[in-house]
Design a protein around this ligand. Structure first.
Ligand code: ZN
Length: 504
């Protein structure tokens, strides 16, 4: 602007000087020139002064903030001087620790036409970055409703303070019956706050409890009806679901085999419970004949091959507790076992003869040998207890085929024992405790599923050493019998014989 005015004045002066040469209004023009020259002189003096006084202009705030540890540094501010961009000439004086929060005073130095220009500023290294919260696991967690939420884990790291996990505040908020919110809050030393939430949904992933009525393994005699006993189902959330149980499977009682009945129930959330029952359709173990005087609905518990020191006393304890009398078909005994035989007699049970020896290959060699085998034991029992045992049971039963090495022996013996004043009993229910029964449940099922009210029930069991499955099933069998209207009795001379068909 100043320069333009100067040029203009110079041009005007030059013009006026030209006019003087034309000789008109000379005086007036001379005055003007004088004024203009004076003005021009003044301006020429003021212009350098103005230049000397003029300062660069820095486009910068008084306090500049810069984030700590951010790898950022201050830049030279945009600077203009005499309408020129002189940013490149700006020099920074002073030190800044960009890794430590604080105020740092620096100076900008800008060269001028005459001398240098300085401007002070505060550079503030600040922590304005919030800490970072990191959740272990998911932000939305599904948890079984019967479990308590336990903190899965959380950490907090700040750009300046480092690990501040121990400063995290954890709040638990109930959103609904099935949902909670975990709120994590942490603040760094500079007061920068961070929050994060985790949602925990309590879900129903628990299947109903399905319980079979009756045993998981049952037997049905071929030709009898299979009675579905059903099952019960209870769900902790949905309550009683018994009516929703689906039962699948058929039992064809006309065919031997094992049939599976499947019970299935699901709760409202689709959690499924499944149970299975194995139903074995079996033949009547042995076709038995019951004498005419057979008492219907009576259970004769019989124990073969004892006495044993480990099992027989415990069986006697149970029988005593339940006030049930039974029949023990015993073998030869010695020592402590004699006391057990005495106890059997004293507690009112029937001590019966199985045989002095159980060795099939010896005892069925001849009628004489067999008769000696029972007589020898009969005499021993009499000597021990004063009791005259006359009830017998053939080792292997009268239907045995192990005696076939002596053809016809069973046909002859079954008559001979009767002729000699003995009675013999087979059985019409086998617990299979010396056979297929593997557990006390098996023993229980084999017995109770074959009980019948329309006949006397002679139950074959064993009290040899180690036969805990029968020992453990016994009380349940007695309870079943009592609660289902059976009576228990021991075999006596007046009991109608229950015998098998002879096969040899
Ligand atoms: Zn036996």
């Amino acid at each position: 602007m100043i320069i333009i005015i100067e040029v203009l004045i110079t041009v005007i002066v030059a013009l006026l000087l030209t006019k003087i040469c034309k000789g008109k209004k000379e005086k007036k023009i001379k005055k003007s020139i004088g004024f203009l020259i004076a003005l021009e002189l003044l301006l020429f003096i003021s212009i350098p002064t103005t230049f000397a006084l003029a300062n660069p202009r820095l486009e910068i705030q008084d306090v500049v903030e810069i984030e700590v540890n951010s790898n950022k540094q201050i830049e030279t501010p945009k600077t203009s001087y005499l309408c020129q961009n002189v940013s490149d000439n700006v020099k920074i004086i002073g030190e800044i620790d960009y890794n430590t929060v604080g105020d740092y005073e620096i100076e900008y130095e800008v060269p001028k036409l005459v001398g240098k220009y300085y401007e002070k500023h505060i550079i503030r290294v600040v922590d304005k970055t919030s800490p970072e919260i990191v959740l272990t696991g998911e932000e939305v967690v599904d948890l079984s409703y019967n479990k308590e939420y336990e903190e899965i884990g959380v950490t907090a790291t700040d750009n300046y303070d480092g690990d501040i996990t121990d400063k995290i505040n954890i709040e638990r908020k109930e959103i609904s019956e099935n949902q909670i919110e975990i709120k994590y809050t942490v603040s760094d030393n500079a007061g920068n706050l961070s929050t994060k939430t985790r949602t925990v949904n309590f879900i129903d992933d628990i299947a109903p409890v399905l319980t079979l009525n009756g045993k998981e393994k049952i037997s049905v005699i071929k030709g009898n009806n299979y009675k579905e006993q059903g099952a019960k189902a209870v769900d902790e959330k949905d309550g009683d679901l018994t009516e929703k149980i689906e039962i699948e499977g058929n039992v064809d009682t006309s065919k031997n085999g094992t049939y599976t009945i499947t019970y299935k129930v699901s709760d409202s959330k689709g959690n499924v419970a499944i149970k299975k029952r194995n139903v074995s359709v079996i033949n009547q173990p042995v076709q038995a004949k019951t004498g005419a005087n057979g008492q219907k609905g009576v259970i004769y518990l019989t124990f073969d091959d004892g006495p044993s020191t480990s099992i027989t006393p415990k069986i006697l304890d149970i029988l005593k507790k339940k006030n049930v009398k039974a029949t023990f078909f015993i073998l030869n005994y010695d020592g402590a076992k004699e006391e057990i035989v005495k106890r059997e007699v004293n507690e009112g049970h029937t001590v019966a003869i199985h045989g002095y020896s159980h060795n099939y290959k010896e005892i069925y060699k001849s009628e004489e040998i067999y008769m000696q085998n029972i007589k020898k034991l009969q005499d021993k029992i009499k000597k021990s207890t004063g009791y005259n045992a006359t009830i017998t049971r053939f080792p292997g039963g009268s239907s045995n085929t192990v005696s076939k090495y002596n053809p016809g022996i069973m046909s002859r013996l079954t008559k001979k024992v009767l002729d000699n004043g003995y009675k013999y009993f087979d059985w019409n229910i086998s617990s299979e405790d010396a056979g297929d029964a593997k557990t006390s449940d098996d023993v229980y099922e084999n017995v109770v599923s074959n009980l019948s009210k329309s006949r006397s029930n002679v139950v074959l069991m064993h009290d040899f050493n180690g036969n805990t499955k029968t020992l453990n099933a016994l009380e349940d069998i007695i309870d079943y019998g009592i609660s289902n209207g059976y009576t228990f009795s021991k075999i006596t001379e007046s009991t109608a014989m229950v015998t098998h068909s002879v096969n040899n």
